[in-house]
Design a protein. Structure first.
Lengths: 142, 371
């Protein structure tokens, strides 16, 4: 497979309080990570409707990253616990529907984990390069 | 208590009507929500307040045009309201339980009468059956007693009914237990003691064949269900979800008839999906072509995410589809697995919280922590 010049596009939905701030820390700390991620800031991982993830995937995003606070650290007490269940359900639905659930990653990354954010984006980019482009990108009948 | 509704001259329907009439006469309720035959011969639910009109009640009519839980919501949701006895199929009762959890219906002032269900025809097929001389009620009840599906030699039952593995009355205030019963000796029912006394019913032995007959019926239906699951999973794998739903015209009929899809401000009826004209051209240029109407697969996948944990498998979505898509087969097959992940059985218990509004701190602790 021609993966050499394939640059995956990752849409990331990050919570305002932890993961987005963690991404900001990665930037201000000058930590290098691949430019393949497009970040969308939300107030909470619990506010990620599965539709956002699905729309990105069906329109050809190669991966979707959902980032939130570690369990117990949610700014809104329980948003990330609810996000966890919702994403587990979403991934099972994708799998049962014959879609690639491994393109959806959920990661807890705190505001102080700039390095973890950079590592996560690096890992995900490498994983998706290996996996290849999202077939939905060329699928007109979706 | 276990009791029997007395049956005279083998007229089971008259006996059931009589029982409903007693509920009104004894002022147990102010109205009965039950399937009624209109003068034109259609069968639709109605809220009946006048006992005389119960002559047109047909709770055993083998036709299902909608899931009646949808209409229990509006008559029960808030005070002031009448006390209502709702006669429901088991799938309708299960849908009602989910709607109560979704705060779209209330069990207050409601008496649920759940009736063993031998299956139903679609509205068009029921019309054809009637045009052919009507439903053979005797054959239907005989099949029920033996624990078999309703006769399907000419017209097949609804797809949802054929694969329904929960056709027996479970839960609710009153269960009408037709399966396995010798109905000439009275219709076995199970109801609260106080209500039984109020209606002047004597305690009677339960029919001991019921358990055996239900077991046989459930096994037969489960077999059909699993065959359909295997077939649709094969298609999803081979054609993809976009292939299975390719002919979708996004009419939203599945959503409109779905008893669980209650949102008055559904995302898919919102301006979010009224894209700018140039946006379509951008998509077409990016993909080479862009199917229209847009967002059909997104619609079905979103609906799966929003309601499949509560999908009770009534199958009205399939009946409502103008493109004859196997909506219920997909939703049931996917739902079966997703519900298993959360060990959730929709409609089982009104106290059991919806999986997506609850959580435990100590569950799935490995998720999100990967390094």
């Amino acid at each position: 497979m021609e993966t050499t010049d394939f640059e995956p596009k990752i849409v990331a939905f990050l919570c305002n309080w932890c993961t987005y701030t963690g991404a900001d820390l990665a930037g201000t700390s000058r930590i290098q990570y691949p430019p393949n991620v497009r970040i969308i800031r939300l107030m909470c991982s619990g506010s990620v409707d599965p539709t956002y993830v699905l729309k990105a995937l069906l329109d050809g995003a190669d991966g979707v990253l959902i980032g939130g606070c570690h369990p117990g650290d949610c700014h809104y007490q329980s948003g990330n616990y609810k996000a966890r269940r919702r994403i587990i359900a979403l991934k099972e639905i994708l799998k049962q529907s014959g879609l690639e659930e491994d393109r959806v990653w959920l990661r807890w990354i705190s505001a102080s984990e700039g390095q973890r954010f950079a590592d996560t984006v690096t890992q995900m980019t490498e994983f998706l390069k290996e996996k290849g482009p999202n077939p939905m990108r060329r699928e007109w009948a979706v | 208590m276990q009791a029997r509704i007395p049956v005279e001259g083998n007229d089971v329907l008259a006996a059931v009507r009589g029982f409903l009439r007693r509920l009104l006469e004894e002022k147990v309720v102010d109205g009965v929500l039950v399937l009624m035959e209109t003068p034109s011969g259609s069968v639709i639910p109605a809220l009946v307040a006048d006992t005389a009109l119960l002559d047109a009640a047909d709770p055993l009519a083998p036709v299902m045009g909608l899931n009646a839980a949808r209409v229990v919501g509006p008559v029960s949701i808030r005070e002031p309201r009448g006390r209502v006895a709702a006669v429901l199929r088991p799938c309708e009762y299960r849908a009602l339980i989910e709607l109560v959890k979704l705060q779209q219906a209330s069990l207050e002032d409601l008496v649920t009468v759940v009736v063993d269900c031998p299956g139903a025809y679609t509205v068009p097929d029921y019309g054809a059956v009637r045009a052919d001389g009507g439903v053979d009620r005797a054959a239907l009840l005989e099949a029920v007693q033996r624990g078999e599906l309703a006769p399907q030699d000419v017209y097949a039952l609804r797809d949802g009914c054929q694969m329904c593995e929960k056709p027996h009355a479970e839960g609710g205030d009153i269960q009408v237990e037709l399966f396995g019963a010798d109905l000439s000796a009275g219709i076995p029912i199970s109801l609260p003691d106080e209500l039984g006394k109020r209606l002047g019913l004597d305690a009677a032995e339960a029919d001991d064949r019921r358990a055996e007959v239900v077991e046989k019926l459930v096994a037969a239906r489960t077999k059909v269900r699993d065959e359909r699951f295997a077939e649709i999973r094969g298609r999803l794998e081979k054609e993809g979800v976009e292939g299975v739903f390719a002919a979708c015209v996004r009419c939203h009929n599945c959503m409109t008839t779905c008893p669980i899809c209650y949102c008055k401000t559904c995302l898919f009826k919102s301006p979010i999906f009224e894209h700018e004209p140039i946006q379509y051209m951008n998509w077409a240029q990016r993909k080479g072509a862009y199917r229209l109407p847009a967002d059909t697969v997104l619609f079905h996948l979103t609906r799966l995410n929003h309601m499949v944990l509560s999908c009770i498998g009534c199958g009205v979505c399939t009946d409502a589809c103008p493109a004859d898509l196997p909506v219920a087969r997909v939703f049931r097959a996917v739902g079966h697995e997703v519900q298993a992940v959360f060990e959730y059985v929709p409609g089982r218990d009104v106290e059991e919280p919806l999986p997506l509004i609850t959580f435990r701190e100590d569950e799935w602790s490995e998720v999100g922590e990967e390094r």
